[in-house]
Design a binder for this molecule. Structure first.
Ligand code: S3P
Length: 341
């Protein structure tokens, strides 16, 4: 019943979205609501906005502000946010959820509904409009919880829709699994254990399943049978999990999504979450590690950089959701995953 109001994604804030990954997935334009999405209602552009827009343009995004507010307010914000080199457009009096100005925004950014994102804090205007226009929408938490009276009423209705939305997602998830993918050292096992506790799911680790089956460690398996043998075992394990797995948090080996066959199986298993991290974080976390056969050479640093560059795209294409883990605590990552699935 409420489906038309459901966001494609939910995020803590406009500033916590993993824009780099979205660009790599092919998105090129972002439409932003202003009030309570980028700044407090009525506020001017601040350093955080300028920094975000600078970052987005450096990545390669075009940006369009789309506000239902009047010209003077939107122009004032635009002037404060527009800095040299930033490709920024604005549309005021947008009449969201009417789709007309979403289309106009894509026209000025020269993007299409396939490669455009929308970020806003309201369901019945922002998200509904984006859905009607066929654009992927992000619902963010309003910056200021204290709002004008006409919005307070809408927020009550929003809460009802979001409650049903979360309940439906939870019901769906209970019949499925959460699959964690990502490079060695990204924390799939640690985060997986915490998620298992949170959702009351069981935890499995494909590397451990392989070790049990093979009766030896991964390093021994690589040394005695070779990498191909290990990769075949990974695919076998995935088939087994697809057949019987339900209500499980599944941590996978870092190379699991590389095989094309595995990518489909992983997505079949449930919601796939990519834990994204930089090579610097990998090197810091895996200093002195002797359990990963692929990283035992003297050229470990080059190996990490090379493999990560090669695999990043594969991780992104396989995952339903991406979460950055650098400099975040386990609890922060778990919360971000839970909020987004
Ligand atoms: C590998 C990652 C390891 C393990 C094996 C190969 C890889 O798992 O499956 O050493 O190719 O990245 P972790 O990601 O859990 O370290």
């Amino acid at each position: 019943m409420f489906r038309r109001f459901y966001p494609a994604e939910m995020a803590e804030s406009s500033y916590s979205i993993d824009y780099e990954s979205l660009y790599e997935q092919g998105y090129r334009g972002i439409i932003y609501d202003i009030d309570n999405t980028l700044v407090e209602h009525g506020a001017d552009a601040n350093e955080q906005v300028i920094e975000l827009f600078r970052r987005l343009c450096k990545i390669g995004f075009r940006i369009c502000l789309l506000s239902n507010n009047k010209a003077p307010r939107v122009r004032r914000f635009y002037r404060g946010a527009k800095i040299k080199g930033v490709k920024l457009h604005y549309i005021f009096d947008a009449h969201k959820p009417s789709t007309k100005n979403y289309r106009k925004a894509m026209l000025v950014m020269r993007t299409t509904k396939k490669n455009t994102l929308f970020v806003g804090d309201q369901l019945f205007t922002d998200v509904y409009g984006a859905n009607r226009a066929g654009i992927k929408s992000f619902l963010v938490k309003p910056i200021n919880k204290k709002e004008e009276i006409q919005i307070v009423f809408k927020r009550r209705l929003e809460r009802i829709v979001l409650h049903v939305y979360r309940k439906e997602r939870m019901e769906h998830l209970k019949q499925s699994n959460i699959v964690l993918i990502g490079f060695m050292g990204c924390g799939k096992s640690t985060i997986g254990h915490r998620l298992a506790e949170k959702y009351n799911f069981s935890f499995v680790d494909t590397d451990l399943l392989i070790e049990q089956k093979a009766g030896c460690t991964i390093s021994e398996l690589f040394a005695t049978k070779g990498e191909k043998y290990f990769r075949d075992m990974e695919t076998d394990i995935l088939w087994e999990l697809v057949r019987k797995s339900k209500r499980q948090i599944i941590a996978t080996g870092g190379g699991m999504p590389v095989r094309e066959e595995n990518q489909k199986l992983l997505r079949k298993l449930g919601v796939v979450v990519f834990l994204n991290l930089t090579p610097e974080t990998v090197l810091k976390r895996l200093e002195g590690d002797t359990t990963r056969p692929l990283l035992q050479k003297a050229t470990k640093e080059q190996e990490v950089r090379h493999l990560l560059t090669e695999r990043k795209f594969v991780y992104q294409m396989t995952a339903h959701k991406t979460v950055r883990v650098d400099d975040k605590s386990v609890e922060e990552v778990v919360k971000e995953i839970a909020d987004s699935i």
